[in-house]
Write a protein that binds this ligand. Structure first.
Ligand code: FE2
Length: 365
């Protein structure tokens, strides 16, 4: 079967933030990105400032508007800092748009071409959950920094890499009852299939529950878990997100490393705050997992708060940050996979309890 919607990978994650200069500084000093490009009034872009950050195969763009009439500023006022665009690299942005719209996607922007002395960049975009969009990017004929209008940065100190390599998965939270609708969106429009399904039995604590379906492109390059809240005794973390983001949107991005111990050490030293794990979790791990196939030092994992999960295919190491902005919305996962294609279902209990401790502290449980 020919893939009518071939996706090469993530092109970039673009955030709309209140202060792009400071956001770029945070991702440089705390997460270890390099600021490689900039667009703004100095280069003739009148309505916004954007900073392009790269590390390994990761590319983030921090964008802020410059006045109250800006749709970026309005987006930020409503949602707080968040992910506007989960952009995919494609071989043909016109064809991707045509196929997606033909299959029922709502257009966000018709195919458009930007050109400068570095070549030609072709993009198009469709709407996704909430106000999030997916831009299709064909940069096969473009050699410049990110896009026309951007210039290499001159005044930024180089960041020191923390070892983050690529986006492992991007998770969205959608409204109650909408998970299946969005799973069908990725199945019908992108041709994705379901990799996992977690029901509220698997993902619940005494108080809160959620359901999740993971859609993927079949190769592992793109994995998109979709969460919806489920009935619990108290407010679920998904509801808390939806209350504060005021819409469906990106909940967390998992960033892969091949040395999670070094990455987390560096990020902690840089001031990134992670969820805490109680010592009982590590006591429990000693007997819950088959340690003959896991190459990790449990004491070191416990010291750093890194979680472990195992399935038939292998194991994974993971850890979650706290929210990276004032609203309890977007956070990150750092993940190191060894064969496992899972998402750490064995850790959901401990993880949710950790999230609930923080929720209770904020008065939102
Ligand atoms: Fe995750």
């Amino acid at each position: 079967m020919t893939d009518l919607m071939p996706i090469l990978g993530y092109d970039a994650l673009e955030f709309y933030v209140g202060n792009a200069r400071q956001a770029a500084h945070y991702y440089r000093t705390a997460f270890g990105f390099q600021v490689v490009g900039y667009a703004g009034p100095e280069h003739g872009v009148r309505d916004r400032c954007s900073y392009v950050l790269e590390q390994g195969g990761l590319r983030f763009v921090m964008t802020a508007g410059l006045g109250p009439e800006s749709e970026i500023v309005q987006h930020q006022a409503l949602h707080g800092d968040g992910v506007k665009d989960v952009a995919f690299a494609v071989p043909d942005a016109e064809e991707a748009f045509r196929v997606a719209v033909e299959r029922g996607a709502e257009p966000h922007r018709e195919p458009y071409v930007d050109e400068d002395e570095h070549g030609k960049l072709i993009r198009s975009a469709i709407k996704a959950y909430g106000e999030t969009i997916h831009t299709f990017v064909d940069r096969s004929n473009y050699e410049g920094v990110y896009a026309p209008g951007y210039k290499p940065t001159r005044h930024q100190q180089p960041g020191e890499s923390t070892g983050l390599q690529y986006v492992d998965h991007v998770v969205c939270n959608v409204d109650l009852g909408d998970m299946d609708k969005w799973a069908a969106y990725y199945a019908n429009i992108m041709g994705f299939t379901q990799l996992h399904h977690f029901d509220d039995e698997a993902i619940s604590t005494e108080y809160t529950a959620l359901m999740s379906k993971v859609l993927w492109d079949g190769t592992g390059r793109i994995k998109l878990p979709i969460n919806e809240p489920a009935q619990g005794k108290k407010k679920s973390q998904i509801e808390e997100y939806l209350d504060f983001y005021r819409a469906p949107g990106v909940q967390h991005m998992a960033l892969a490393t091949d040395d999670i111990v070094q990455t987390v050490k560096a990020m902690r030293a840089n001031g990134v705050r992670f969820l805490t794990t109680p010592p009982t979790y590590y006591e429990d791990l000693k007997t819950r997992l088959d340690w003959s196939t896991i190459d990790a030092d449990l004491d070191q994992l416990a010291e750093l708060g890194i979680l472990v999960d195992q399935d038939d295919e292998g194991y994974l190491l993971q850890i979650f940050t706290k929210s990276v902005q004032d609203r309890p919305t977007v956070f990150y996962e750092v993940i190191e996979r060894h064969g496992s294609l899972g998402f750490g279902v064995g850790n959901f209990q401990a993880l949710f309890e950790a999230i609930e401790r923080d929720q209770a502290e904020r008065g939102n449980l």
